[in-house]
Design a protein around this ligand. Structure first.
Ligand code: 13P
Length: 253
């Protein structure tokens, strides 16, 4: 399990004080398992600075939920990749289904965001996933394949992670079967092999209603290199339990 990632996506939750408190609680978690689990959290952009100050010099990396597709300029309400890098952000989510839907982000926007993040030396966490309709129609792999076309001219494989998050599983409590998760992860690794000398470097995460109890099943799947956690990452106890399950598994490997 060495190198297994646990990344918390805090989305647009909480207030400044709760974010800082959650970050301080996570320091205790990191102290127990940082040698066996790689941990990152993505607070809201407005809280990055304060949360980053709490996490400074800790083993927990700072992540952002989104970067602008633009370098600089008259783009009201947006944050550039350079601004995020200034705050110590190491990785940035791209194409989360909530951004694809709410903000109508298409492939051109995602590619531009990836480029900006890359220019700043940060890691792209590209989120993929099928809708319920596509899942029920047996179209999952076709959707994943299409969403992966944004990687066609990508070169920096060591600064890329992929997060497979079935849209129908996000925040719903519905979890994909281990067989389904394994099949999609295998397919993603296979596509990465075809796209370049990529497979060894790229971490592929699973996300969607991840809770501590799900971890043993996920850890048994060889293609799953980490988890992207939404709701459960807002609770230090649950997030800590997720990290500890990984750490304990690492000891027995
Ligand atoms: P939940 O864990 O709340 O389902 O959210 C998953 C997610 O969207 C992480 O990016």
């Amino acid at each position: 399990m060495a190198g297994f990632w646990v990344i918390g996506n805090w989305k647009m939750n909480g207030r400044l004080q709760t974010g800082k408190e959650l970050a301080s609680q996570l320091l205790a978690v990191a102290a127990q398992c940082a040698d066996r689990v790689r941990v990152a959290v993505a607070p809201a952009a407005l809280h990055l600075h304060a949360v980053g100050s709490v996490l400074d010099n800790s083993a927990i990396q700072l992540a952002a939920q989104m970067a602008s597709a633009h370098e600089d300029g008259a783009y009201t309400g947006q944050c550039s990749a350079a601004m995020l890098a200034d705050l110590g952000v190491r990785m940035v989510l791209v194409g989360h289904s909530e951004c694809r839907t709410e903000l109508a982000q298409d492939d051109a926007v995602l590619r531009a965001q990836m480029q900006r993040i890359h220019e700043q030396g940060m890691t792209v966490v590209l989120c993929l996933g099928e809708s319920l309709a596509s899942y029920e129609a047996g179209q999952t792999l076709a959707v994943i394949e299409r969403q992966m076309t944004v990687l066609h001219d990508w070169v920096d494989w060591s600064r890329l992670m992929i997060a497979y998050e079935p849209v129908w599983s996000i925040g719903t409590g519905k979890v994909a079967s281990p067989e389904h998760i394994a099949a999609v992860h295998d397919h993603i690794h296979q596509r990465l092999r075809e796209l370049g000398d990529a497979e060894a470097a790229v971490v592929v995460l699973y996300g969607g209603s991840v809770k501590p109890a799900l971890m043993p099943q996920l850890l048994a799947l060889s293609g799953v290199n980490g988890v992207l956690v939404g709701g459960a990452s807002l609770d230090a106890e649950q997030f800590g339990q997720i990290c500890m399950v990984v750490a304990e598994q690492a000891l027995t490997d």
